[in-house]
Design a protein around this ligand. Structure first.
Ligand SMILES: Nc1ncnc2c1ncn2[C@@H]1O[C@H](COP(=O)(O)OP(=O)(O)OP(=O)(O)O)[C@@H](O)[C@H]1O
Ligand SMILES: [Mg+2]
Length: 323
């Protein structure tokens, strides 16, 4: 059974200017997220990720199409109790301590005092904030706020967890902690749907991924399937004691040839030509130093799929190269 089903979802925002057409944020989005899956919803700034998540939570009304969560229409109040949500910009009550803040959300979720006390302790240690239990949120760093937001989303032990950019604002250690947390939730049978623009995080943990650009799904599937699709693996060969310059055979097979002194780097577009190239190197009496296949990454796929659509700036923001 799918925990999330999105069919032909559209959302237009009024332009706010007389005579100007509405802005189309979602343009016929289709998506399914299976039970127990970690699904990464990947797209550049303005792609429509937050809009989609808000529609799923019933915070924004779709213009058309339909969205089902746990078999019920998005926004259903009863179903909402079974869903945890981390918003993109959560609002924090500055003067509450971490414990009070989580306790407050525990009460909202209808938990009793004993359950809240236990849950708060468990969650604070789960998100690495056990030491900050009595600290006011106004004294929290950005990364700490992100973590307490995550704990808040999990207070009522939801079946389906929806997170809008959960790794944003976190340092590499914090990002790893959130990834591990998401994996441990999956191990406990939860379904996790999270948006991000950081490809690496998706590649590390997602069972499936959907790439959204301008409100449309460009591609979806398992990460390994997506990167395999139509994706030739290039192969780098490093050898020595050959003369590549002027060798028509080598240049006809290679996409790049770089001679540096005795050594030569040859890049082949696919593994098919490796045998022929190695034969040529041997024929010349050269020595083989290494043969390295290069696995296509989600980043390659993203650029291939999105390049005509997304601007260079957007694409750069996706690589998460800031770290
Ligand atoms: N309330 C609104 N009124 C008008 N336009 C809106 C509104 N909310 C979002 N938009 C527009 O819809 C588009 C999608 O926005 P959305 O916030 O869903 O993108 P996103 O994928 O979450 O981006 P980001 O990675 O920056 O968070 C954007 O162009 C945005 O300007
Ligand atoms: Mg967003």
């Amino acid at each position: 059974m799918d925990d999330i089903v999105i069919e032909d979802l559209t959302k237009s925002y009024a332009s706010g200017w007389p005579g100007r057409p509405p802005f189309v944020a979602l343009d016929g989005l289709y998506l399914t997220v299976g039970r127990g899956e970690i699904f990464g919803f990947l797209g550049p700034n303005g792609a429509g990720k937050t809009t989609t998540l808000k529609i799923l939570l019933g915070l924004v009304r779709a213009t058309g199409g339909r969205a089902l969560l746990l078999g019920q229409p998005a926004g259903d109040v009863e179903t909402r109790r079974r869903i945890g949500f981390l918003p993109e910009s959560p609002y924090f009550y500055d003067y509450l301590t971490a414990e009070e803040f989580l306790g407050f959300y525990g009460q909202l979720a209808g938990l009793g005092h004993v359950a809240i006390a236990q849950r708060v302790t468990d969650l604070l240690s789960l998100v690495g904030l056990a030491d900050a239990r009595d600290r006011q949120l106004r004294k929290f760093s950005k990364g700490m706020l992100q973590r307490i937001g995550l704990a808040q989303a999990l207070i009522h032990d939801p079946e389906l967890v929806i997170l809008d950019e959960p790794m944003t604002g976190l340092d590499p250690v914090g990002r790893k902690q959130v990834r591990d947390l998401i994996l441990s939730l999956r191990d406990r049978g939860k379904t996790i749907f999270f948006s991000t623009h950081i490809l690496h995080d998706v590649e590390m943990i997602c069972d499936r991924v959907g790439i959204v650009i301008k409100g449309r799904l460009l591609a979806s599937g398992r990460v390994d399937e997506l990167v395999r699709q139509d994706h030739t693996q290039s192969v780098e060969i490093v050898c020595q004691h050959i003369k590549a310059e002027g060798n028509a055979f080598i240049h006809s097979l290679a996409t790049r040839v770089l001679q540096q002194g005795q050594q030569c780097l040859i890049v082949l577009p696919s593994p098919d030509a490796v045998d022929a190239m190695v034969g040529e190197i041997r024929r010349q009496g050269g020595g083989l130093l290494s043969v390295t296949p290069h696995k296509a990454s989600l980043e390659d796929l993203f650029f291939q799929e999105a390049a005509p659509e997304a601007s260079r700036v957007q694409a750069d923001s996706l690589t998460g190269r800031a770290f």
